[in-house]
Design a binder for this molecule. Structure first.
Ligand code: SAM
Length: 227
């Protein structure tokens, strides 16, 4: 059964999208989306040989090789904008810095892409900052807990947003901050505790580090409404 995390990523894929799943690993996501009738055509891109081979095997045993093309490629090199018609990209289960790097490296290929669904395991602030700096608008977000881990999903479309994201929105997520779900509060309570633990171990002589963590803590406390 597909993880809740990947199921949620798939929920944001538009009906009949032509999908590129970057770092597809086992290709579970495109297989699930084709099987459920959400999409009819996808590319599963993988840069590492082992996962690539497992994707090929899984697509073959699902009998979906006509719909899902598995390609050994680095990031967005997995597709040709003129011939593949990719309009939706998913990148899940990697760090936000790596996701931003993949998008940056393939920036010139993004002009026909109307939806990107990104699920960074960390570095969300960095990724939102990249999106904003490159004129992508965040149109939705989701936070969920599974197997004692908390995951964030960011949906972005090309086009500059009318509202520039504030520092708090970049850090916490504009939609997540608005919603303040139980999972969100749980995540930031735990981040608060972790940062307080770090602060308590910073020597008094390292004033700049102390100030940096105190500021972080204050920012989280403000969002959690605690003093
Ligand atoms: N997307 C799947 C998921 O969310 O369950 C798999 C996540 S797995 C942790 C990350 C995958 O991304 C690995 O299989 C890795 O080889 C692949 N990967 C990392 N960097 C990549 C890149 N630049 N291009 C394509 N794949 C990459």
């Amino acid at each position: 059964k597909l993880s809740q995390r990947l199921t949620q990523v798939g929920e944001f894929v538009p009906q009949d999208a032509i999908l590129l799943d970057v770092g597809s690993d086992h290709a579970y996501l495109p297989i699930h989306l084709v099987k459920t009738g959400r999409i009819n055509k996808a590319i599963a891109g993988e840069v590492v040989k082992g996962p690539y081979e497992s994707a090929v095997a899984n697509v073959q045993s699902a009998g979906l090789q006509d719909q899902i093309s598995v390609r050994l490629a680095n990031g967005l090199a997995a597709f040709e904008p003129t011939t593949d018609g990719v309009n939706t990209i998913t990148i899940a289960g990697m760090g936000g810095h790596l996701i931003a790097e993949i998008l940056e490296d393939g920036r010139d290929k993004l002009c026909q892409v109307s939806t990107m669904i990104l699920q960074p395991n960390n570095g969300e602030r960095h990724l939102r900052t990249w999106l904003q700096a490159h004129d992508f608008t965040i149109s939705d977000e989701k936070i969920l807990a599974e197997n004692d881990k908390i995951y964030e999903i960011i949906v972005a479309h090309p086009g500059q947003s009318v509202d520039i994201l504030t520092e708090a929105e970049l850090c916490f997520g504009p939609f997540l901050l608005q919603e303040k779900s139980t999972v969100f509060l749980e995540k930031w309570a735990s981040e608060l505790a972790a940062n307080q633990e770090i602060l308590s171990k910073i020597p008094a002589s390292a004033q700049q580090k102390q100030a940096e963590f105190s500021a972080k803590i204050a920012k989280i406390k403000e969002v959690l409404n605690v003093s």
